[in-house]
Design a protein around this ligand. Structure first.
Ligand SMILES: Cc1cc2nc3c(=O)[nH]c(=O)nc-3n(C[C@H](O)[C@H](O)[C@H](O)COP(=O)(O)OP(=O)(O)OC[C@H]3O[C@@H](n4cnc5c(N)ncnc54)[C@H](O)[C@@H]3O)c2cc1C
Ligand code: FES
Length: 294
């Protein structure tokens, strides 16, 4: 069938070409994508929702970096299930079907004084633009970057460039302090380092335990919540979380909240609801892909 001018325009408008792709760590990839409208408006703390192809689910990914002049955005993602595995197969010069954004409220970047940016795993990608903006606003930035093991550490060089101090921790001690990000933060506080605010970004259990470290010292702690999201626009309710006993939608009311008011146990419980289905879908997808390549 002959394509009309109108169809061609729509196709161009709705496809987001991948311009660069890089492996940062096992199963963690960086992608630079042409998305000028999003690059124009992006701010630290915001995210996009992508759909790889027509059969794809909508998944949220943080805006890690953007260049208005080039019209590009940078995404970093870990392959954990069907949609992120599918995304990792999109080659340079190919396109992602839909990207909606920027979504969510930008981080409240201002001059606080001394700020700790505590992050872990792939969430370092989400912490990086925040640390960068905090540094540009004149804060003293003390970053604590953690990972399970040394080869899963990402953006070390970039975090160092936007931090006054950078501390590394690994669960197995293969690099930096042996232990968790919260332990490094606790030690710094016990040694007399004062913080005006702490940003904690990582898996829910990491954010919960960082909040337990800061709570007794009354240090305001901002967390970026990662519930399952569908529309990303406050209509479906999938991302509901409980903050100060009230239901909030992380996509439009967050994703950042006062960590001392968040019900992390509920967040962790809700993230596990679809776990059996997600695992089944992932196994099916991986088997289908394997058979296709045999
Ligand atoms: C605002 C926001 C920003 C995010 N930014 C990033 C990012 O920059 N990079 C990145 O890699 N991921 C990010 N995530 C998490 C990402 O959206 C999920 O990993 C993704 O939706 C998983 O989709 P999937 O189909 O590949 O796996 P699924 O089959 O949906 O899930 C597989 C497993 O991954 C885990 N998982 C699923 N969803 C989430 C989630 N929302 N948070 C944590 N673990 C989850 C669970 O263990 C699940 O069983 C973000 C989430 C939110 C809410
Ligand atoms: S993702 Fe639907 S309300 Fe937030």
């Amino acid at each position: 069938m002959q394509k009309t001018e109108c169809t061609r325009v729509l196709e161009t408008a709705n496809t987001y070409k991948v311009l660069a792709k890089e492996d940062l760590a096992p199963q963690i990839k960086l992608m630079t994508v042409h998305a000028p409208d999003i690059a124009e408006k992006a701010q630290p703390g915001q995210f996009v929702i992508i759909r790889v192809d027509e059969k794809g689910e909508r998944i949220p990914l943080t805006l890690v970096d953007w260049e208005k002049e080039k019209g590009t955005i940078t995404l970093i993602f870990q392959e954990v299930g069907v949609s992120t595995r599918k995304l990792s197969t999109v080659a340079v010069e190919d396109a992602i079907l839909n990207i909606v954004g920027p979504l969510g409220n930008p981080s409240d970047i201002r001059h606080y004084g001394t700020v700790a940016v505590a992050c872990g795993g792939v969430a370092t990608a989400a912490a990086y633009p925040i640390a960068k903006a905090l540094k540009q606003s004149g804060n003293k930035v003390i970053s604590i970057v953690g990972a399970r093991t040394a080869n899963l550490l990402i953006l070390e060089k970039e975090m160092k460039a936007v931090s006054d101090e950078l501390h590394i921790s690994t669960d197995d001690g293969s690099k930096g302090y042996k232990g968790f990000v919260r332990d490094v933060l606790r030690t710094l506080i016990e040694e007399g380092q004062s913080f005006d605010i702490v940003y904690a970004i990582g898996p829910p259990i990491m954010m919960k335990t960082v909040c337990e470290v800061t709570r007794p010292h009354g240090i305001k702690t901002i967390v970026s919540l990662n519930p399952v999201m569908v529309d990303g626009m406050g209509m479906c309710g999938a991302c509901r979380v409980s903050v100060d006993g009230k239901t909030q939608f992380a996509c439009v009311d967050g994703p950042e909240f006062d960590g001392h008011l968040v019900d992390f146990n509920l967040l962790i419980k809700r993230l596990k609801i679809y776990f059996p289905d997600e695992r089944k879908a992932d196994e099916l997808y991986q088997n289908t892909e394997k058979n296709r390549h045999e």
